[in-house]
Design a protein around this ligand. Structure first.
Ligand code: CUA
Length: 338
């Protein structure tokens, strides 16, 4: 009997737990990590609270109308109809409109001042091209599917698209903004403190739209500056002890036609820049953990994992070559211990 009671109680709690779990986590707009997203969360809670109060009042009045016999004449009084039916909605909605329009300036970063850095992000089918710009707007270096930013500093994102309309959305940092071919949309973000926030393409852009995610990693400013220096200067250097075979397999298989690895002849621009691919958290635009085994699986059978993407599978690559190229790519991590 006790077991049944506990199970029933647990079962009843499940929907509540599911609802509450949406209030936290790396991709929740209700768990903001910066001032722009915090403003959205505040507006959300005010509107939700106000709607709950009004809902309760209307339900009480409805209950009075249905069950309040015989004394419910007051419900049809002129004062209540005009006050509750016209004056109240006009005043409440006008006040909310004025308040939210005023707060929208914070969300859009109207008073943010000049940004510490600018990053161009281009939506591709189905990944994110990330290019860090210098003060003159020239490209310093490129990476993909992962954005590193200094915590506590203003960052301006220049959002573009290479093909169809995508939408850039990192709920913990900012509202969503479309990436439109032929246009540059500007979005401000600022992460309060170091940590990871997850983003997701929020506009249907083709078969793998759902598999188009990214990580935004906020780092302490000094750490970020170090990372940026390494990216800016260092060509890709595999860790000591990694056989040169993997690099050769990569070049011989023609991977360099689409991918760039700085410091090697591979200079293709169609696919993600792989210069420091081993340092990224995930593979395939947020789909999979980034490790040697997954890299090998990805190369051999990307069309089974992410059908329709531009990269072909390499099922005929000999086993040893596959292992070697995966080891090589995995080693492209300037932060890894030698
Ligand atoms: Cu890109 Cu949906």
């Amino acid at each position: 009997m006790t077991t049944v009671g506990i199970s029933a109680g647990t079962f009843a709690l499940l929907p509540a737990a599911a609802l509450l779990s949406a209030c936290a986590g790396v991709q929740s707009a209700l768990d903001p990590a910066g001032p722009h997203a915090r403003e959205t969360a505040v507006i959300t809670w005010v509107l939700f609270g106000g709607a709950a109060v009004i809902f309760a009042v209307v339900m009480s009045l409805s209950a009075a109308a249905v069950f309040g016999r015989p004394r419910r004449d007051w419900l049809s009084s002129r004062a209540l109809v005009i006050g509750g039916g016209i004056v109240c909605p006009v005043v409440v909605l006008a006040a909310l409109l004025a308040w939210t329009l005023q707060r929208a300036g914070v969300i859009l970063g109207d008073d943010d001042g000049p940004p510490a850095i600018r990053i161009r992000i281009t939506g591709e089918q189905w990944w994110w091209r990330v290019q860090y710009l210098d003060a003159g707007g020239r490209i310093e270096f490129a990476t993909a599917n992962e954005i590193r930013v200094p915590a506590g500093e203003q960052v301006e994102l220049l959002l573009e698209s290479a093909d169809v309309i995508h939408s850039f959305w990192v709920p913990r940092l900012a509202g969503k903004l479309d990436m439109i071919p032929g246009r540059v949309n500007r979005l401000r973000i600022l992460a309060d403190r170091p940590g990871v926030s997850r983003g997701q393409c929020a506009e249907y852009c083709g078969g793998q739209h759902a598999a188009m995610a990214l990580d935004v990693i906020a780092q302490a400013p000094a750490e970020f500056t170090r990372w940026r220096e390494v990216q800016r200067r260092a060509p890709a250097a595999p860790a000591a002890g990694v056989p040169a075979r993997g690099r050769q397999v990569f070049l011989d298989a023609g991977c360099g036609a689409c991918h760039t690895i700085r410091g090697t002849p591979a200079a293709g621009l169609r696919g993600p820049d792989l210069t420091h691919v081993g340092s990224r958290l995930r593979l395939g635009a947020g789909m999979l953990p980034n490790d040697r085994r997954t890299l090998a699986r990805w190369i051999a059978s990307v069309q089974d994992i992410k059908p329709g993407s531009l990269m072909p599978s390499f099922p005929d690559l000999p086993r040893q070559d596959l292992a070697a190229v995966a080891a090589y790519l995995d080693s492209l991590d300037p932060g890894a211990a030698p």
